[in-house]
Structures are given as structure tokens and as C-alpha cells.
Design a protein around this ligand. Structure first.
Ligand code: ADP
Ligand code: MG
Length: 361
């Protein structure tokens, strides 16, 4: 493609950009051009997710990063089957997912588990830990003998380090700390023996002193269970800490994708540049986790409102007329890297030059 060779980036065709996690493990899930519109009022709708595509691989971590309101939870809920797609497709283990069929949905739900941000509201206060875990063990693993169930509960509690198991299994949510509740949430998700874990800001509501420990636990569970992990966060530094690929979301779209190293060390999209520069020090995760990190600047406009412009142009130091007139597609910058920006040659000349090599790396 001559235009591409000249400039070093061009609109990506489907399949043009490989995930840097694709060699980590088997393909578990494909999200293909997911779109979600919410009706707001009688005539207006809000596009919370637009053309969102990515793959999840067994044993790999894909981080979905963006500020509040960018559409991250919407993507997680779409993948978990808790919201219906406006358009787009999902596959699991190479097969198309049909969430309308009830039998199919049950099997899908055991394969794809969602852990929420808030460990306080996700557990029912009137039930013990044992109740929360025994249900999914019986339901998804078809275990009926109480000895089998007990053995499985003990092993789950050990995995999430809530021991002695019997003591914790008998407790009610209010008797646990925030971190302990989130461990129960992890155990409950694992009870279904999922292949995909969607973790929606799993440490954001926890005390800063235990965030790193919880991320390490999550990473260990990913490894032990060969989970395909989607780690959702507003904190790009924590994404760098353990993700294989980082997807940066802004106003419902993936505006940049690439290896965690590439995206955080040499961000190409002006929005990612802003996110990285507003994190205190991407190399110093300890301090970020201790201070809670800085959030990205506020979402200046409602996602989806601006249909025919780059959604980031009001905040972008590189914006020109074209950015106000036309929404940029995801540009292929290298074999594993893309950014949705018309001005990449000015915003990230080094990245473009590096990506323009003959092998595209
Ligand atoms: P994030 O998780 O990145 O903070 P969300 O996915 O929660 O973002 O929200 C993305 C956008 O979609 C926001 O503008 C939010 O207000 C809107 N939204 C989310 N859920 C609904 C809903 N059920 N109805 C209407 N708007 C919604
Ligand atoms: Mg959210």
C-alpha cells in the first residue's frame, strides 16, 4: 500500500493488527465489532461502545484502560451476557455465542465470569461465604455429594488464601475486610471453573495498602487456572504491571492498542500520552498504588455525542480541521500496534518511524 509506506500508518483492515498476546496461549474469546447504544430520552441514544474488537487468550492478561465513563464496564457486561449487543459478535473457543438460547447461556455463564469493583455490594449480606461458594460449585460443576462440595470449597479458599477455610466459610460478608470479600468474589468466580475472567476494576475500591497484593493474587490465579483475563482499570500504570496487551478506551472506542510495554513507554495516541503523563511515574508502580494514582482528566464530552469528529479533538493539542470533521479509524502502526488518530506523524513520529519498517515491528 503506497500511502501506507509513505506515512508509516494506514487504516487497519480486520486482522491487520495481531495481539501481542496471541502466542501466550489458545484463543479463548473474540469480541468482534461490539457496539452498544443506550437510549437516553425519546430521541437520543448514547454509544457506550463502538466497534470494540479484541481477543482474549488462555493464560494472558489483556488490560482495558480508560477514564470513568469511557465504556469499560459496558464492554465487560456485554461479554458477560448481562447487556444485549446493539451489534457485533462474540465467539468462545472459536464458536459463535448465542446468548438468546437458554441452554447455551448457562454453559457460557460458567465459562465466562465477571468480578466487580465493589466487594461490598457483590455479596449478599444474609448469606455466609459457604453459601456464596457452594451454589456455583453445585450448579456449574454438577457436584452433588457434600463431601465433594466441601473438598472443592476448601481448595478454592486455599487458592485465594482465606485459611483456615472452615473458619472463613462460616463467616458473613460483614465479618470480612474489603480485601477478604474480594478474595471471596475471586473464589466464587473460580468455582465455576471458567476459561475467561473479566475483572472490572477489581482493586480500585480496596485500601491502597493491599492493592498490589491483590493484583499479585489475580496474576497467580490467572497462571494456575490458565485464565484468559480481561483486567479493566483506569490506572494505566497497573496495566503495565501485568498485562500482555493494553487496550486504551476513550468515549466508547479503542483508541490505542499494543503491547503493555509499547503503549506505556511510547504512547502513540495523544489521549494515551495524557494518561501516561498524568500517572506519577509508570516505572514506580509502588508509589502509584500507594497514592491511588491520578485519574485521567475528566471526560469532557458525553461518549457518542460527537459522531463525525475525533472524540478526543476538544482535548487534543495536535487537533486540526480534519480531526473536527472526520472520526479517525484505528490506524495500523505496526504488526501489533494500532492508534485511532489522524495526526500520528506529528503526535508520535518515533512510533510511526519504528513501525514503518519492512516487517512492520
Ligand atoms: P466506565 O466503566 O468506563 O466508567 P461505563 O461502561 O460504565 O463506563 O459507561 C459508559 C457510558 O455509558 C457512560 O456515559 C454511562 O453513563 C453510559 N451508560 C452505562 N450504562 C448505561 C445504561 N444502562 N443506560 C444509559 N447509559 C448508560
Ligand atoms: Mg466501570
Amino acid at each position: 500500500m503506497s500511502a501506507g509506506t509513505a506515512t508509516g500508518f494506514w487504516p487497519a483492515e480486520p486482522g491487520d493488527i495481531q495481539s501481542p498476546a496471541s502466542d501466550r496461549g489458545e484463543l479463548a474469546m473474540e469480541a468482534i465489532a461490539l457496539r452498544k447504544e443506550f437510549k437516553i430520552g425519546r430521541r437520543q441514544s448514547l454509544t457506550a461502545a463502538r466497534d470494540v474488537s479484541f481477543n482474549l487468550y488462555r493464560g494472558a492478561v489483556i488490560a482495558l484502560v480508560g477514564e470513568s465513563g469511557s465504556g469499560k464496564s459496558t464492554v465487560a457486561r456485554l461479554l458477560a451476557g448481562q447487556e444485549t449487543l446493539t451489534s457485533g459478535r462474540v465467539t468462545l473457543d472459536g464458536k459463535p455465542v448465542d446468548l438468546a438460547s437458554r441452554g447455551h447461556f448457562r454453559a457460557y455463564k460458567s465459562q465466562v465470569q465477571l468480578v466487580f469493583q465493589d466487594p461490598f455490594s457483590s455479596l449478599n449480606p444474609v448469606h455466609t461465604v459457604r453459601y456464596h461458594l457452594a451454589r456455583p460449585v453445585r450448579l456449574h460443576q454438577h457436584k452433588t455429594s457434600s463431601a465433594d462440595v466441601e473438598a472443592e470449597l476448601g481448595s478454592l479458599m486455599e487458592q485465594v488464601r482465606l485459611t483456615p477455610a472452615d473458619q472463613f466459610l462460616a463467616k458473613y460478608p460483614h465479618e470480612l475486610s474489603g480485601g477478604q470479600r474480594q478474595r471471596v468474589s475471586f473464589a466464587r468466580a473460580l468455582a465455576a471453573h471458567p476459561s475467561v475472567l473479566l475483572a472490572d476494576e477489581p482493586v480500585s475500591m480496596l485500601d491502597v495498602s493491599i492493592r498490589l497484593e491483590m493484583l499479585n493474587l489475580l496474576d497467580e490465579l490467572r497462571n494456575n487456572f490458565k485464565l484468559a483475563l480481561l483486567y479493566i482499570t483506569h490506572d494505566i500504570a497497573s496495566a503495565r504491571y501485568f498485562a500482555d496487551e493494553v487496550l486504551v478506551m476513550y468515549a466508547g472506542e479503542i483508541v490505542e492498542r499494543g503491547s503493555a510495554e509499547q503503549v506505556t513507554q511510547q504512547p502513540a495516541h495523544p489521549y494515551t500520552q495524557l494518561l501516561v503523563s498524568s500517572a506519577p511515574d509508570p516505572d514506580n508502580l509502588g508509589s502509584i498504588l500507594k497514592t491511588g494514582g491520578k485519574r485521567g482528566a475528566n471526560n469532557a464530552e458525553t461518549p457518542g455525542r460527537i459522531v463525525s469528529a475525533c472524540p478526543f479533538h476538544p482535548r487534543c493539542p495536535f487537533a486540526e480541521q480534519k480531526c473536527r470533521d472526520e472520526r479517525p479509524p484505528l490506524m495500523r502502526v505496526s504488526a501489533t500496534r494500532g492508534a485511532a488518530c489522524w495526526r500520528l506523524d506529528v503526535a508520535a513520529p518515533d512510533v510511526v518511524a519504528a513501525g514503518a519498517g519492512p516487517d512492520g515491528h
